[in-house]
Design a protein around this ligand. Structure first.
Ligand code: HEM
Length: 392
C-alpha cells in the first residue's frame, strides 16, 4: 500500500515576530525573524536550488549558453539539492568530517598553526589575515581534501566564485569563475578525499568533483573570517586575553562561540519558494527568492546604536528557545543543510587562540588594527595588524 506523506505544518509567526518583507532593491523576500528563519530553513515549502533560479533570473541567455559548464558544475553542489537527493549526497561527506575525524586532525592543525605563526612573525607589517587566518584555513582545507594548492590560490578561487554567485549578471565574473572551475577540477583530479567517492561514469566524476569543490569553497572565507575575528576579539580585551593565556577551562571555547554570534561570517542564506503560500499577510509566489537572515537583521537594516560589528551592525541575534534546536544560533545554518564543517572551524579557532597565547603572550593590536572587507554577504577582515611583542 502506498504511504501518504506526513502533512507539513504551515509556517507561523510568533506574536511580535517580523513578517517576511519584500525588498524592492534586491527583488526578493527577506526573512529576518530568527524563529521564522529556522522554520524556513527546515521546511519543504522552501527549496535550496537558488543557483538555478538565479541563472534564470540574472544571466542573459547568451551568457548562460556560453558558460553552461560553469552553471552545470554549480548546480551539482549538494547544498543546492533537497531531500532525498541531498540526504544521500551529504551522508558520506558528513561521515568523513565527523567529530572523531576532526579530533584526530588536531595535531596536524596545531602544526599548521605553528608554521603560520612563524610566517606571521617574519612579515612586516604583521598582518594576521593573509599569514594566519587565510594560511590556516587554506592549509587545513588542502590537507582535508588532499590537494597540493597554496592558501593564496585557494582563497583567490573562493573569492572569485563568491563574486560570481553574488552577481551572476556580470559576464566578467562568469568568465573568471569558469577559469576557477577548470583549475579546481584539475587540482581535485587524484585528490585523496575523492578516493572513496564514485568516479566510474562521467556523471559520477562531475558530481564528486562538484562535491569536493563545494567543500573547499565552504571552508575558506568563512573560517578565515572566524579566525581573524577571534584574534581581534581576544587581543581587544586585556582581561579576556589574560584568561585565554591562563587557558582557564571553557574560556577559549566560549570565546569562539561568542565571536561566532557577534561577528557571524555569513549574514544570510538563500532559498526559493517551492509553492505559493501566505505567511502573516505576505504572499509568497513559487520561484520567488528568499534571503534568510542568520543574524536577526535584514541585509540593509540600520545599524543598532550599540552594534558590535562595524560592517553588518549586527549585535548578538535574538536568543531562540532551547527546544527549537541544539544550537543556540543560526551561524552555521539550521536543519538539513547545517554546516558539515562546523566542528572543524571551531577547532581551528580554538587551536589558533591557544597557540598564539602560548607563543606570543605579549601580543597586542596595532593602532587602527582592523580593516574590514566591504562584502555584503561575507563579513570578514581584510587586514588585522598586530604587534607580537616577542616570543615567550
Ligand atoms: C566559521 C566557519 C563556517 C561558517 C560560518 C559556515 C556556515 C555555513 C552555513 C550557514 C551553511 C548552511 C548553508 C545553507 O543552509 O544553505 C553551511 C553549509 C556548509 N558548509 Fe559551512 N561554514 C563554515 C565552515 C565550513 C568548513 C570548514 C567547511 C568544510 C569542511 C564547510 C562546508 C560546508 C558544506 C559542505 C555545507 C553544505 C552542507 C549541506 O548542504 O548539507 N563549512 N556552512
Amino acid at each position: 500500500m502506498a504511504r501518504t506523506a506526513a502533512p507539513v505544518p504551515p509556517l507561523s509567526l510568533t506574536d511580535g515576530g517580523r513578517a517576511p518583507e519584500w525588498d524592492e532593491g534586491l527583488e526578493c523576500w527577506v526573512v529576518a525573524d530568527p524563529r521564522l528563519a529556522r522554520q524556513v530553513l527546515n521546511h519543504p515549502g522552501f527549496a535550496s536550488g537558488t543557483f538555478e533560479r538565479s541563472f534564470q533570473l540574472y544571466m542573459a541567455d547568451t551568457t548562460r549558453a556560453e558558460y553552461r559548464e560553469l552553471t552545470e558544475f554549480l548546480r551539482l553542489w549538494f547544498v543546492q539539492a533537497d531531500a532525498p537527493e541531498h540526504t544521500a549526497l551529504r551522508r558520506p561527506v558528513q561521515r568523513m568530517l565527523s567529530a572523531s575525524y576532526v579530533r584526530s586532525l588536531t595535531p596536524r592543525v596545531e602544526e599548521i598553526t605553528e608554521q603560520c605563526l612563524t610566517r606571521l612573525a617574519a612579515t612586516r607589517p604583521c598582518d594576521v589575515m593573509p599569514a594566519v587566518a587565510e594560511g590556516i584555513s587554506g592549509e587545513v582545507m588542502a590537507h582535508v581534501v588532499g590537494v597540493d594548492v597554496p592558501p593564496p590560490v585557494l582563497h583567490e578561487w573562493s573569492r572569485t566564485l563568491s563574486l560570481f554567485i553574488g552577481a551572476m549578471y556580470r559576464r566578467d565574473h562568469a568568465r573568471a569563475a569558469q577559469r576557477v572551475m577548470v583549475e579546481m577540477t584539475e587540482a581535485l583530479a587524484g585528490a585523496r578525499a575523492l578516493e572513496d567517492f564514485p568516479t566510474d561514469t562521467p556523471e559520477d566524476r562531475a558530481r564528486t568533483n562538484a562535491t569536493w569543490a563545494m567543500c573547499l569553497f565552504g571552508g575558506l572565507e568563512t573560517t578565515a573570517s572566524l579566525l581573524g575575528s577571534t584574534v581581534l576579539t581576544a587581543l581587544g580585551d586585556r582581561e579576556l586575553w589574560e584568561a585565554v593565556r591562563a587557558d582557564r577551562p571553557g574560556v577559549v571555547e566560549n570565546l569562539v562561540e561568542s565571536v561566532l554570534v557577534r561577528r557571524p561570517p555569513l549574514r544570510h542564506l538563500g532559498r526559493v519558494v517551492a509553492h505559493d503560500q501566505e505567511i502573516a499577510g505576505a504572499r509568497l509566489r513559487t520561484g520567488d527568492l528568499v534571503l534568510v537572515s542568520l543574524t536577526g537583521q535584514g541585509p540593509l537594516d540600520e545599524a543598532a546604536p550599540d552594534a558590535v560589528c562595524p560592517v553588518t551592525g549586527a549585535s548578538a541575534p535574538a536568543e531562540t528557545p532551547a527546544d527549537e534546536g541544539t544550537d543556540r544560533n543560526l551561524v552555521f545554518g539550521y536543519g538539513p543543510h547545517y554546516c558539515v564543517g562546523a566542528p572543524l572551524a571551531r577547532m581551528e579557532a580554538a587551536v589558533l587562540l591557544r597557540s598564539l597565547a602560548r607563543r606570543f603572550p605579549k601580543a597586542r593590536l596595532s593602532d587602527e588594527a582592523a580593516v574590514w572587507g566591504p562584502n555584503l554577504s561575507y563579513v570578514g577582515l581584510d587586514h588585522l595588524y598586530v604587534d607580537l611583542g616577542g616570543e615567550a
